[in-house]
Write a protein that binds this ligand. Sequence first.
Ligand SMILES: Nc1nc2c(c(=O)[nH]1)N[C@H]1C(S)=C(S)[C@@H](COP(=O)(O)O)O[C@H]1N2
Ligand SMILES: [Mo]
Length: 322
Amino acid sequence: MLIRRHRSWELPESQATPESVFLDRRKLLAGMGMTGLLASAGLRPAFAAADAAAIAPELYPAKRNTAFDPGRDLTEEKVATSYNNFYEFGTSKNIHRSAQALTIKPWQVKIDGMVAKDITIDAEELIRKMPVDERLYRFRCVEAWSMTVPWSGFPLKALVEFAQPTSGAKYLVMKTFSRPQEASGQKQFWYPWPYTEGLTIEEATNDLAYIATGIYGKPLPRQNGAPLRLAVPWKYGFKSVKSIVQFTFTDKRPKTFWEGLAADEYGFWANVNPMVAHPRWSQATEEVIGSGRRIPTQLYNGYGEQVADLYKNAGAGEKLFM
Ligand SMILES: Nc1nc2c(c(=O)[nH]1)N[C@H]1C(S)=C(S)[C@@H](COP(=O)(O)O)O[C@H]1N2
Ligand SMILES: [Mo]
Protein backbone atom coordinates (compact mmCIF):
# COMPACT_ATOMS: atom_id res chain seq x y z
CA MET A 1 0.00 0.00 0.00
CA LEU A 2 2.67 2.48 1.00
CA ILE A 3 4.84 1.46 -1.89
CA ARG A 4 2.01 2.05 -4.34
CA ARG A 5 1.17 5.32 -2.70
CA HIS A 6 4.58 6.88 -3.01
CA ARG A 7 5.13 5.43 -6.43
CA SER A 8 3.73 8.69 -7.82
CA TRP A 9 6.76 10.35 -6.26
CA GLU A 10 9.14 8.94 -8.83
CA LEU A 11 7.01 9.79 -11.85
CA PRO A 12 8.18 12.98 -13.44
CA GLU A 13 5.52 15.62 -13.25
CA SER A 14 4.74 16.43 -16.86
CA GLN A 15 4.59 20.15 -16.22
CA ALA A 16 4.65 22.56 -13.37
CA THR A 17 2.11 25.39 -13.28
CA PRO A 18 3.74 28.25 -15.14
CA GLU A 19 5.15 30.90 -12.85
CA SER A 20 3.12 33.50 -14.76
CA VAL A 21 -0.14 32.11 -13.36
CA PHE A 22 1.15 32.61 -9.84
CA LEU A 23 2.43 36.12 -10.51
CA ASP A 24 -0.70 37.25 -12.32
CA ARG A 25 -2.93 36.08 -9.51
CA ARG A 26 -0.79 37.89 -7.01
CA LYS A 27 -0.83 41.11 -9.00
CA LEU A 28 -4.57 40.86 -9.35
CA LEU A 29 -5.11 40.48 -5.61
CA ALA A 30 -2.78 43.35 -4.83
CA GLY A 31 -4.48 45.58 -7.39
CA MET A 32 -7.85 44.91 -5.85
CA GLY A 33 -6.55 45.71 -2.38
CA MET A 34 -7.59 42.23 -1.47
CA THR A 35 -4.47 41.17 0.32
CA GLY A 36 -4.80 43.80 3.02
CA LEU A 37 -8.49 43.20 3.32
CA LEU A 38 -8.15 39.48 3.75
CA ALA A 39 -5.24 39.86 6.11
CA SER A 40 -7.12 42.24 8.38
CA ALA A 41 -10.02 39.80 8.44
CA GLY A 42 -7.60 37.32 9.99
CA LEU A 43 -7.50 35.12 6.92
CA ARG A 44 -4.23 34.12 5.43
CA PRO A 45 -4.56 34.10 1.68
CA ALA A 46 -1.79 32.44 -0.23
CA PHE A 47 -0.20 35.68 -1.32
CA ALA A 48 -0.75 38.18 1.44
CA ALA A 49 2.10 37.11 3.69
CA ALA A 50 4.75 36.59 1.05
CA ASP A 51 6.58 39.91 1.10
CA ALA A 52 5.90 41.02 4.66
CA ALA A 53 7.57 37.91 6.01
CA ALA A 54 10.98 38.33 4.39
CA ILE A 55 13.47 37.29 7.02
CA ALA A 56 16.69 39.30 7.50
CA PRO A 57 16.33 40.80 3.99
CA GLU A 58 19.39 43.02 4.52
CA LEU A 59 21.64 39.93 4.19
CA TYR A 60 20.87 39.38 0.50
CA PRO A 61 22.45 39.09 -1.92
CA ALA A 62 25.29 37.64 0.18
CA LYS A 63 28.91 37.58 -0.93
CA ARG A 64 29.57 34.58 -3.15
CA ASN A 65 32.00 32.02 -1.75
CA THR A 66 34.04 31.10 -4.83
CA ALA A 67 35.42 27.91 -3.25
CA PHE A 68 32.36 26.08 -4.58
CA ASP A 69 32.28 25.94 -8.38
CA PRO A 70 29.54 23.61 -9.57
CA GLY A 71 30.91 23.43 -13.13
CA ARG A 72 27.36 23.56 -14.49
CA ASP A 73 24.89 26.22 -15.56
CA LEU A 74 22.54 27.40 -12.84
CA THR A 75 18.98 26.14 -13.01
CA GLU A 76 16.57 28.95 -13.87
CA GLU A 77 15.09 30.56 -10.78
CA LYS A 78 11.51 30.03 -11.85
CA VAL A 79 12.18 26.31 -12.33
CA ALA A 80 13.91 25.80 -8.96
CA THR A 81 11.12 27.69 -7.18
CA SER A 82 8.18 25.99 -8.90
CA TYR A 83 9.30 22.34 -9.23
CA ASN A 84 9.53 21.18 -5.64
CA ASN A 85 9.26 18.24 -3.29
CA PHE A 86 7.57 19.24 -0.04
CA TYR A 87 5.16 16.51 1.05
CA GLU A 88 3.72 18.64 3.82
CA PHE A 89 1.95 20.57 1.04
CA GLY A 90 1.13 17.69 -1.28
CA THR A 91 2.84 14.93 -3.20
CA SER A 92 3.06 16.64 -6.60
CA LYS A 93 5.92 18.89 -7.71
CA ASN A 94 3.47 21.75 -7.96
CA ILE A 95 3.15 22.87 -4.31
CA HIS A 96 4.61 26.37 -4.60
CA ARG A 97 1.20 27.98 -4.16
CA SER A 98 -0.13 25.82 -1.32
CA ALA A 99 3.18 26.35 0.54
CA GLN A 100 2.40 30.10 0.83
CA ALA A 101 0.09 29.19 3.72
CA LEU A 102 3.13 28.58 5.95
CA THR A 103 3.68 31.27 8.60
CA ILE A 104 7.43 31.89 8.71
CA LYS A 105 7.62 34.95 10.91
CA PRO A 106 7.98 34.51 13.82
CA TRP A 107 9.78 31.17 13.60
CA GLN A 108 11.00 29.54 16.78
CA VAL A 109 14.01 27.27 16.55
CA LYS A 110 14.89 24.89 19.39
CA ILE A 111 18.39 23.55 19.90
CA ASP A 112 18.43 20.78 22.48
CA GLY A 113 19.50 17.29 23.53
CA MET A 114 23.19 16.77 24.34
CA VAL A 115 24.14 20.44 24.49
CA ALA A 116 25.63 22.69 27.14
CA LYS A 117 22.24 24.40 27.52
CA ASP A 118 18.97 24.27 25.55
CA ILE A 119 18.48 27.27 23.29
CA THR A 120 15.25 28.70 21.89
CA ILE A 121 15.83 31.44 19.36
CA ASP A 122 13.92 33.10 16.54
CA ALA A 123 15.18 32.15 13.08
CA GLU A 124 15.85 35.77 12.12
CA GLU A 125 17.99 36.34 15.21
CA LEU A 126 19.84 33.06 14.62
CA ILE A 127 20.58 33.85 10.96
CA ARG A 128 21.91 37.29 11.91
CA LYS A 129 24.44 35.64 14.23
CA MET A 130 25.73 33.33 11.50
CA PRO A 131 28.42 33.88 8.82
CA VAL A 132 26.15 34.17 5.75
CA ASP A 133 27.59 33.64 2.26
CA GLU A 134 26.38 32.42 -1.14
CA ARG A 135 27.34 29.04 -2.62
CA LEU A 136 26.52 27.37 -5.91
CA TYR A 137 25.78 23.69 -5.25
CA ARG A 138 24.73 20.80 -7.44
CA PHE A 139 21.58 19.12 -6.15
CA ARG A 140 20.67 15.49 -7.00
CA CYS A 141 17.26 14.04 -6.10
CA VAL A 142 16.91 10.28 -5.60
CA GLU A 143 14.28 10.43 -8.38
CA ALA A 144 17.18 10.84 -10.86
CA TRP A 145 16.87 14.54 -11.62
CA SER A 146 19.19 17.39 -10.73
CA MET A 147 19.47 21.15 -10.48
CA THR A 148 22.27 23.62 -9.76
CA VAL A 149 21.21 26.13 -7.16
CA PRO A 150 22.68 29.39 -5.79
CA TRP A 151 21.95 29.03 -2.09
CA SER A 152 22.63 31.67 0.52
CA GLY A 153 23.04 30.62 4.11
CA PHE A 154 25.69 29.49 6.56
CA PRO A 155 27.80 26.41 7.27
CA LEU A 156 25.99 23.98 9.56
CA LYS A 157 29.27 23.81 11.44
CA ALA A 158 28.66 27.37 12.69
CA LEU A 159 25.35 26.28 14.21
CA VAL A 160 27.01 23.25 15.81
CA GLU A 161 29.59 25.55 17.42
CA PHE A 162 26.84 27.89 18.59
CA ALA A 163 24.99 24.90 20.13
CA GLN A 164 28.03 23.61 22.05
CA PRO A 165 27.21 19.88 21.95
CA THR A 166 28.66 17.68 24.69
CA SER A 167 31.42 15.24 23.79
CA GLY A 168 29.06 12.26 23.76
CA ALA A 169 26.88 13.66 20.94
CA LYS A 170 27.20 11.56 17.77
CA TYR A 171 24.27 12.72 15.65
CA LEU A 172 22.42 15.89 14.82
CA VAL A 173 18.69 15.37 14.23
CA MET A 174 16.72 18.01 12.31
CA LYS A 175 12.94 18.26 12.25
CA THR A 176 10.39 20.13 10.17
CA PHE A 177 7.33 21.84 11.74
CA SER A 178 4.09 20.03 12.67
CA ARG A 179 1.21 22.23 11.50
CA PRO A 180 -1.59 20.33 9.78
CA GLN A 181 -3.69 23.53 9.81
CA GLU A 182 -1.24 25.21 7.44
CA ALA A 183 0.18 22.17 5.70
CA SER A 184 -2.68 19.91 4.70
CA GLY A 185 -0.34 17.08 3.69
CA GLN A 186 0.23 16.57 7.41
CA LYS A 187 -3.40 15.49 7.75
CA GLN A 188 -2.35 12.33 5.91
CA PHE A 189 -1.82 10.31 9.05
CA TRP A 190 -0.03 7.39 7.39
CA TYR A 191 3.12 9.49 6.97
CA PRO A 192 5.50 9.61 9.96
CA TRP A 193 5.32 13.39 10.50
CA PRO A 194 7.16 15.51 11.36
CA TYR A 195 9.72 15.10 8.56
CA THR A 196 12.93 14.11 10.33
CA GLU A 197 16.48 13.88 9.08
CA GLY A 198 19.86 13.37 10.65
CA LEU A 199 23.60 13.53 10.07
CA THR A 200 26.57 12.31 12.06
CA ILE A 201 28.42 15.15 13.82
CA GLU A 202 31.34 14.57 11.41
CA GLU A 203 28.99 15.06 8.46
CA ALA A 204 27.31 18.06 10.05
CA THR A 205 30.66 19.78 10.58
CA ASN A 206 32.00 19.03 7.09
CA ASP A 207 32.57 22.27 5.15
CA LEU A 208 29.91 21.39 2.56
CA ALA A 209 27.04 20.88 5.03
CA TYR A 210 25.02 24.07 4.80
CA ILE A 211 21.89 25.67 6.16
CA ALA A 212 20.24 27.54 3.32
CA THR A 213 18.31 30.68 4.22
CA GLY A 214 18.22 32.21 0.75
CA ILE A 215 18.24 31.33 -2.93
CA TYR A 216 19.03 33.41 -6.06
CA GLY A 217 20.22 36.27 -3.89
CA LYS A 218 16.94 36.57 -1.96
CA PRO A 219 15.41 35.15 1.22
CA LEU A 220 14.27 31.57 0.73
CA PRO A 221 10.68 31.19 -0.50
CA ARG A 222 8.42 28.91 1.51
CA GLN A 223 8.28 26.18 -1.13
CA ASN A 224 12.06 25.79 -0.91
CA GLY A 225 11.98 25.40 2.87
CA ALA A 226 11.94 28.86 4.47
CA PRO A 227 13.26 30.03 6.80
CA LEU A 228 15.97 27.37 7.31
CA ARG A 229 16.65 24.21 5.32
CA LEU A 230 19.53 21.82 5.06
CA ALA A 231 21.67 21.50 1.90
CA VAL A 232 23.98 18.46 1.81
CA PRO A 233 24.88 18.21 -1.89
CA TRP A 234 26.71 14.87 -1.78
CA LYS A 235 23.54 13.13 -0.58
CA TYR A 236 20.22 12.54 -2.28
CA GLY A 237 17.83 15.47 -2.01
CA PHE A 238 15.52 13.92 0.56
CA LYS A 239 18.24 14.38 3.21
CA SER A 240 17.97 18.17 2.78
CA VAL A 241 15.15 18.70 5.25
CA LYS A 242 13.12 21.90 4.89
CA SER A 243 11.66 24.48 7.29
CA ILE A 244 13.54 23.21 10.34
CA VAL A 245 12.19 23.97 13.83
CA GLN A 246 14.42 21.74 15.93
CA PHE A 247 18.07 20.71 16.06
CA THR A 248 18.68 17.89 18.56
CA PHE A 249 22.07 16.45 19.47
CA THR A 250 22.00 12.79 20.48
CA ASP A 251 24.08 9.63 20.71
CA LYS A 252 21.39 7.56 18.96
CA ARG A 253 20.93 7.37 15.22
CA PRO A 254 17.46 8.75 14.47
CA LYS A 255 14.86 7.03 12.36
CA THR A 256 14.34 9.36 9.43
CA PHE A 257 11.06 10.13 7.64
CA TRP A 258 11.87 8.11 4.53
CA GLU A 259 13.40 5.25 6.50
CA GLY A 260 10.08 5.04 8.30
CA LEU A 261 8.30 4.65 4.95
CA ALA A 262 10.70 2.38 3.03
CA ALA A 263 14.05 1.74 4.73
CA ASP A 264 15.51 -0.40 1.95
CA GLU A 265 14.82 2.33 -0.62
CA TYR A 266 15.69 5.53 1.28
CA GLY A 267 18.21 4.79 3.99
CA PHE A 268 20.01 6.93 6.54
CA TRP A 269 23.24 7.50 4.59
CA ALA A 270 21.82 8.18 1.12
CA ASN A 271 25.13 9.19 -0.45
CA VAL A 272 24.88 9.68 -4.21
CA ASN A 273 26.34 6.76 -6.18
CA PRO A 274 25.64 6.05 -9.86
CA MET A 275 26.68 2.40 -9.41
CA VAL A 276 24.09 1.56 -6.77
CA ALA A 277 20.63 1.41 -8.29
CA HIS A 278 17.51 2.24 -6.37
CA PRO A 279 15.47 -1.00 -6.11
CA ARG A 280 13.09 0.37 -8.74
CA TRP A 281 15.29 2.45 -11.07
CA SER A 282 18.88 3.15 -12.09
CA GLN A 283 20.90 5.99 -10.56
CA ALA A 284 23.49 6.01 -13.39
CA THR A 285 22.22 9.22 -15.03
CA GLU A 286 20.15 12.25 -14.11
CA GLU A 287 17.79 14.58 -15.94
CA VAL A 288 19.02 18.16 -15.65
CA ILE A 289 15.73 19.87 -14.89
CA GLY A 290 14.92 22.68 -17.28
CA SER A 291 17.58 21.70 -19.83
CA GLY A 292 16.09 18.66 -21.57
CA ARG A 293 19.41 16.85 -21.09
CA ARG A 294 20.49 13.71 -19.23
CA ILE A 295 24.01 13.49 -17.89
CA PRO A 296 26.00 10.83 -16.00
CA THR A 297 25.68 10.95 -12.22
CA GLN A 298 28.91 11.27 -10.23
CA LEU A 299 29.94 9.44 -7.06
CA TYR A 300 29.06 11.65 -4.07
CA ASN A 301 27.49 13.94 -6.68
CA GLY A 302 31.04 15.00 -7.58
CA TYR A 303 31.97 16.03 -4.01
CA GLY A 304 34.13 12.98 -3.18
CA GLU A 305 37.23 15.06 -2.56
CA GLN A 306 35.47 16.87 0.29
CA VAL A 307 33.48 13.99 1.80
CA ALA A 308 34.82 10.51 0.91
CA ASP A 309 37.00 10.49 4.05
CA LEU A 310 33.89 10.67 6.22
CA TYR A 311 33.11 7.07 5.27
CA LYS A 312 36.54 5.43 5.30
CA ASN A 313 35.90 3.73 8.64
CA ALA A 314 32.32 2.71 7.93
CA GLY A 315 31.26 -0.72 9.12
CA ALA A 316 31.10 -3.51 6.52
CA GLY A 317 27.32 -3.82 6.64
CA GLU A 318 26.55 -0.11 6.26
CA LYS A 319 24.48 0.77 3.20
CA LEU A 320 26.22 4.03 2.47
CA PHE A 321 24.60 4.59 -0.91
CA MET A 322 20.92 4.03 -0.42
N1 LIG B 1 10.17 18.82 5.21
C1 LIG B 1 10.47 18.33 4.01
N2 LIG B 1 11.73 18.46 3.54
C2 LIG B 1 12.05 17.96 2.31
C3 LIG B 1 11.10 17.26 1.53
C4 LIG B 1 9.78 17.14 2.06
O1 LIG B 1 8.86 16.53 1.45
N3 LIG B 1 9.50 17.70 3.29
N4 LIG B 1 11.45 16.73 0.32
C5 LIG B 1 12.89 16.47 0.10
C6 LIG B 1 13.20 16.12 -1.27
S1 LIG B 1 12.78 14.56 -1.77
C7 LIG B 1 13.88 16.96 -2.10
S2 LIG B 1 14.37 16.47 -3.64
C8 LIG B 1 14.17 18.35 -1.69
C9 LIG B 1 13.59 19.31 -2.71
O2 LIG B 1 14.01 20.62 -2.46
P1 LIG B 1 13.56 21.83 -3.42
O3 LIG B 1 12.08 21.73 -3.57
O4 LIG B 1 14.01 23.07 -2.74
O5 LIG B 1 14.27 21.59 -4.73
O6 LIG B 1 13.64 18.67 -0.42
C10 LIG B 1 13.74 17.65 0.55
N5 LIG B 1 13.32 18.16 1.85
MO1 LIG C 1 14.12 14.17 -3.64
